[in-house]
Design a protein around this ligand. Structure first.
Ligand SMILES: [Fe+2]
Length: 265
């Protein structure tokens, strides 16, 4: 079966026509499912875009949210509202609030938004100013040290979810896909063709998620995990241990496209 993967599509920044063209291009693959790795739109309109995506496709849509999806809103409120939306629209599955999805006899899907946890690179001397720190309610107006605690709390909750659902998925599937927004290893933080430097890495990667993944997969060497992430808008691959492959998807503001078409057996 074919699965279409999109990430960082930022539909709030394009015309309706561009969104329609994207959905037409996705539908042309007649996919068994579509994965969306976050940064779909922003808090005020992300639900509206999810409904448009569902209406434009006749297959299940599995997604996580990215940091932009919380802009002009709060993490807690957006997650509640999006989870509520999915309860009314079974075509939509928010993986952050879902059990493992069995895609086929030997393949399963799990996911979580993830969150950059400031542990890679040099958080305290980074001059990078993320809009997150202004536009997301929980982070707005916080000092660097308080904010770091909040980032690590969000990243820790994501890792805890994966620590619960990934082993469950592996009891029923030989191969698992893990969809997340934030790269779980610094080496997966491709930025303009290179690995993110000390300035960007704190804001681009979740070290705790990477450690959690390796911890779970190291004891299951005959099973395979493919991590699909985005956030940095540059493509690349990283293999932290032989049975884990991390694919970072490219994206361009104003020009949403299909990241990859995956064949799942
Ligand atoms: Fe992002």
């Amino acid at each position: 079966m074919q699965i279409v993967w999109l990430t960082d599509i930022h539909l709030n920044g394009v015309t309706d026509e561009v969104t329609d063209d994207l959905l037409t291009a996705v539908a042309a693959h007649r996919p068994a499912g579509v994965l969306i790795g976050g940064d779909i739109a922003e808090a005020p309109d992300v639900r509206e875009y999810l409904l448009r995506i569902a209406a434009g496709l006749d297959c299940p849509v599995y997604f996580v949210l990215g940091n932009h999806d919380y802009y002009f809103g709060s993490v807690q409120h957006v997650r509640q509202e999006v989870s509520r939306l999915c309860q009314c629209h079974p075509q939509l599955t928010y993986l952050t609030d879902a059990q493992p999805v069995q895609l086929s006899e030997c393949s399963a899907l799990v996911g979580h938004d993830g969150w950059a946890d400031g542990r890679c690179g040099d958080y305290h001397n980074s001059r990078v100013v993320m809009s997150d720190h202004r536009l997301i309610t929980e982070l707005a107006g916080t000092e660097a040290e308080t904010r770091l605690s909040l980032l690590q709390k969000l990243a820790g909750e994501a890792a805890d979810h994966i620590r619960r659902v990934l082993p469950q998925a592996l009891t029923r599937a030989q191969e698992v896909l893990l969809l997340t927004h934030v790269p779980p290893f610094r080496e997966a933080c491709w930025h303009e063709g290179n690995i993110a430097d000390d300035q960007w890495a704190p804001h681009f990667s979740s070290q705790v998620m990477g450690e959690t993944i390796v911890d779970i997969m190291r004891s299951r060497p005959t099973q395979r995990l493919t991590v699909l992430c985005g956030h940095t808008h540059s493509s690349g691959e990283f293999v932290p241990i032989p049975n884990v492959r991390v694919v970072t998807g490219a994206a361009e503001y104003g020009c949403p496209g299909i990241c990859r078409v995956l064949t799942v057996s």
